[in-house]
Design a protein around this ligand. Structure first.
Ligand code: GRF
Length: 198
């Protein structure tokens, strides 16, 4: 069984796409062992609960220091012995000790065609605001391995999405999620699961 832990911070629509594709068997021989959120209020935790998936919150402000938070996050991940850690709208910089322990086993979904509109400060709606401000006609999403940098790891999958006249950042974000993120993230997990030999 290919064991996956998903890290979240918000609404969890990418998590939902993964849950649906695992439950349908599209992603074979895979179990989402847990959902770990950086916020107790994340609706993604409710989605996990609705599907009987273990949900935990590891919240930075609960800890005296960054080191203590980093250690707690690593210990929480280790409890589930994941084969793959998926960042699905996770807004916290992944601690170096986690990246070292799970080297080449962490993937992230970013809502642009990397190397455009990525790196520090480019997340959520800010990405789509920048795409519209630049006048781009095409944008999209990228799944990549996570390394020590921000959005700098090897690219696994990308999917392009049209920018349409009259798009607002919110409309564009929704289209990128529907037509790209919710497709390529489960597809990347499917390929990694199938090639894992698990
Ligand atoms: C979205 O902006 C998505 O592009 C990015 O994280 C945000 C929240 O996604 N990856 P989700 O609904 O919590 O999956």
């Amino acid at each position: 069984m290919f064991k996956v832990v998903v890290l979240v911070s918000g609404g969890g629509t990418n998590l939902q796409a993964i849950i649906d594709k695992v439950e349908s068997g599209y992603i074979p021989n895979t179990e989402i062992k847990a959902v770990i959120s950086s916020s107790r209020k994340a609706y993604a935790l409710e989605r996990a609960k609705q599907h009987n998936i273990a949900g935990e919150a590891v919240v930075r402000k609960d800890f005296e220091s960054k080191e203590a938070f980093d250690k707690a996050l690593l210990e929480t991940l280790d409890k589930y012995s994941p084969d793959l850690v998926v960042l699905a709208g996770y807004l916290v910089i992944v601690p170096e000790i986690v990246i070292k322990k799970y080297s080449n086993k962490i993937i992230n979904i970013h809502p642009s065609l990397i190397p455009s509109f990525c790196g520090d400060g480019f997340y959520g709606l800010k990405v789509h605001e920048a795409v519209l401000a630049r006048g781009c006609k095409v944008t999209g999403a990228t799944v990549h391995f996570v390394d020590e940098g921000t959005d700098t790891g090897p690219i696994i999958k990308q999917k392009a999405v049209e920018v349409l006249p009259g798009d607002t950042p919110e409309i564009l974000q929704r289209r990128v999620m529907e037509q790209a993120e919710w497709i390529i993230l489960p597809d990347a997990i499917k390929e990694l699961a199938e090639n894992s030999g698990k």
